[in-house]
Design a protein around this ligand. Structure first.
Ligand SMILES: [Zn+2]
Ligand SMILES: [Zn+2]
Length: 327
């Protein structure tokens, strides 16, 4: 089969190559991929700025239908539509795994960089990480589960609820999906903050009914940062009420300077959020089923053969989220 492979270590080394079709080993299934989503991580792997184990098929965000089941798999059958948490090869017995934090297991190797991923007609994944896609959720929407679950994890880290005034920094897919979920959870206001309200991504967000602005107006209870930028986080902390909360999912600046004493005297909570877990995926699929998270409205679809154009569109921010279709 033709798959998008990172063939070797270094910058570039991405090509559409012939690779063997995956087999369903015990406890695993093979999915026929419907869509794979391109995200910033894929651009970082292309640029050699994220870990990977070459040669490896890229693609960690995907929706598919079960094609084959391995020995010992019960409760799943061919044709079931599924999405999959990306924590393949978690060990199951370390301290993090025993606490249910398989996303933080040091043995984890996600499809798309640790093991072969979904920019291919077929991908093999462990059943322990599957979620069934409800009938009401179309494939193009379900393809957004992974970034939506990353956003959900951030919201769960700070516990957003009814009445909260929320600012979400950064209008990328995770920012938009975080603001939509904050609204769905009853936030009083969930304002998406970006540099330019006329940019394509901010217009997409406004089209989804989100309030968009170039700066935080007044005091907020919670800031959700998706930028990882020191300047953005500093502005976010300054806008928090006393005992307000900031959570970040932004992979950005390596080191930060923050106004330490002001932040301390106001007893602000700052949290870091990485990856996603079972509860996050479950919540996302529920919101998607109810129509509160129309992730498909962020997407543009490309054929896998057209992957270079799709990667360029994401890098140039001409699209919010590019999906590739392997067949
Ligand atoms: Zn991603
Ligand atoms: Zn483990």
């Amino acid at each position: 089969m033709k798959a998008l492979v990172k063939t070797a270590a270094g910058v570039g080394h991405l090509e559409l190559a012939d690779v063997p079709e995956p087999q369903a080993r015990p406890g695993w299934v093979v999915l026929a991929v419907r869509y794979g989503g391109i995200c910033g991580t894929d651009l970082h792997i292309a640029a050699d700025r994220h870990p990977y184990y070459p040669p490896v098929v890229l693609g960690h965000e995907f929706v598919g239908a079960i094609e084959a089941v391995g020995d010992g798999v019960t409760g799943w059958s061919a044709g079931d539509r599924v999405v999959c948490e990306p924590h393949a090869l978690f060990c199951g017995h370390c301290d993090q795994c025993r606490r249910g934090l398989v996303r933080l297991c040091t043995s984890k190797r996600a499809p798309g960089w640790g093991i072969d991923g979904a920019f291919a007609p077929y991908v093999a994944v462990p059943v322990a990480l599957l979620h069934r896609v409800p009938d009401e959720v179309p494939d193009e929407r379900a393809a957004g589960c992974e970034p939506a679950a990353v956003a959900a994890r951030a919201l769960n880290r700070v516990g957003i609820g009814p009445g909260d005034r929320v600012a979400v920094l950064g209008p990328g897919p995770i920012g938009i999906l975080a603001a939509l979920q904050a609204s769905a959870r009853g936030a009083d206001r969930a304002v998406l903050i970006g540099r330019d309200v006329e940019s394509g991504r901010m217009r997409t967000a406004a089209g989804l009914g989100l309030e968009c602005a170039t700066g935080i107006d007044g005091e907020v209870d919670v800031v959700v940062d998706t930028t990882g930028s020191n300047a953005a986080v500093t502005a976010g902390i300054a806008a928090l009420r006393r005992a307000g909360k900031l959570v970040t999912v932004g992979v950005g600046d390596d080191t930060f300077a923050i106004p330490w004493r002001d932040t301390l005297f106001r007893s602000v909570d700052v949290k870091f959020s990485f990856s996603s877990g079972y509860d996050d995926w479950r919540g996302v699929l529920s919101l998607m089923r109810r129509g509160a998270l129309p992730a498909e409205r962020l997407t543009s679809v490309f054929d896998l053969a057209d992957w270079e154009r799709a990667f360029a569109a994401v890098a140039d921010r001409r699209v919010s989220k590019a999906l590739v279709r392997p067949r």
